[in-house]
Design a protein around this ligand. Structure first.
Ligand code: SF4
Ligand code: SF4
Length: 288
């Protein structure tokens, strides 16, 4: 069994054209060509003819759910989603940022997606180890089954082997390299606060220039804000120009949340976000 990216691309174009022609949606969020195959761009198709410019290949890793909150509520939007992207939509629905009724979710079952910088396959390393979208209205290919996927948490082994001091030294060294470009924030579908706490002046939460204490404040607060909400798309890490492995922290928190509360972010529209939901049988381990 193998994925036909061309087939998915063709179906994405056909469905987008139909949806725009019929007036069911006013825009389609998908991908178009960049300066080469490895650099596809997020794309907004607004009329049927635009659908011809849509592409899909193994480098289309950007999480298009990132762009949903930019449109006024009630805008009818079709959106191309892979598994992790669909989890972002589920999480955004849980958080009442978008309504399923305003969306046509074009689901893409896929594996073999690649990191454009390293060419490595990222299916379980940084894209949640799931091939099939968890929520869709139109499925663009057959669901993928029977594939052995490593646990998305396997990449934590080396990190988890470190003691507290080693972990602190690791993050201090990594976060000191941050140049505060905020590409991680821009790429993240769950980072939608406007303004972001770190951009505020009254009160001022942390230094804005790239230096140790401000970097720590920005990242630790962002890590905390994403606890129980990060859907493991890995886009923050791939967007980072200095390759800080942000995914390690997000995955570790996601793993702890899953173990403590028995649910992973964005897997079911019926769930409530773990950290804003109180259940009498919730564990107190989070306070330790
Ligand atoms: S924190 Fe990173 S991995 Fe998690 S949802 Fe945001 S971009 Fe994706
Ligand atoms: S993308 Fe990388 S360098 Fe830019 S703010 Fe985020 S962690 Fe820092």
């Amino acid at each position: 069994m193998s994925v036909s990216f061309k087939n998915i691309e063709e179906k994405l174009r056909t469905e987008s054209k139909k949806l725009l022609e019929s007036g069911r949606v006013s825009i389609v969020l998908a991908y178009t060509g960049g300066y080469d195959d490895k650099h596809p761009l997020p794309y907004v198709a607004r009329k049927a003819a635009d659908a011809e410019k849509i592409i899909f290949n193994e480098y289309c890793t950007a999480n298009m759910a990132r762009y949903l909150v930019r449109y006024p509520r009630g805008t009818k939007i079709a959106i191309a989603v892979k598994a992790a992207d669909s989890r972002a939509i589920v999480q955004l629905i849980q958080e009442e940022k978008v309504k399923h009724g305003d969306l046509v979710i074009l689901g893409i079952p896929v594996y073999g997606m690649k990191n454009f910088k390293t060419e490595e396959i990222i299916d379980s390393k940084t894209t949640c180890g799931t091939c099939n979208p968890v929520l869709y209205d139109i499925l663009l290919d057959k669901e993928v089954h029977g594939l052995h996927m490593a646990s998305p948490y396997d990449v934590l082994a080396e990190y988890e082997a470190m003691d507290k001091e080693a972990r602190w030294a690791f993050w201090k060294k990594e976060l000191d390299r941050c140049i505060r470009c905020y590409a991680c924030r821009k790429a993240c579908p769950m980072c939608y606060c406007d303004p972001c706490f770190i951009d505020q002046n009254k009160p001022k939460w942390g230094e804005k220039s790239p230096e140790s204490s401000g970097n720590l404040m920005y990242h630790l607060t962002r890590f905390h804000h994403l606890a129980g909400r990060c859907i493991d798309c890995g886009e923050c890490s791939r967007a980072c120009p200095v390759d800080i492995p942000l995914y390690l922290f997000h995955k570790k928190v996601a793993k702890e949340c899953e173990e403590m509360f028995g649910q992973a972010a964005g897997m079911s529209i019926e769930d409530k976000p773990v950290l804003i939901n109180f259940r009498v049988d919730d564990t107190d381990k989070i306070l330790e």
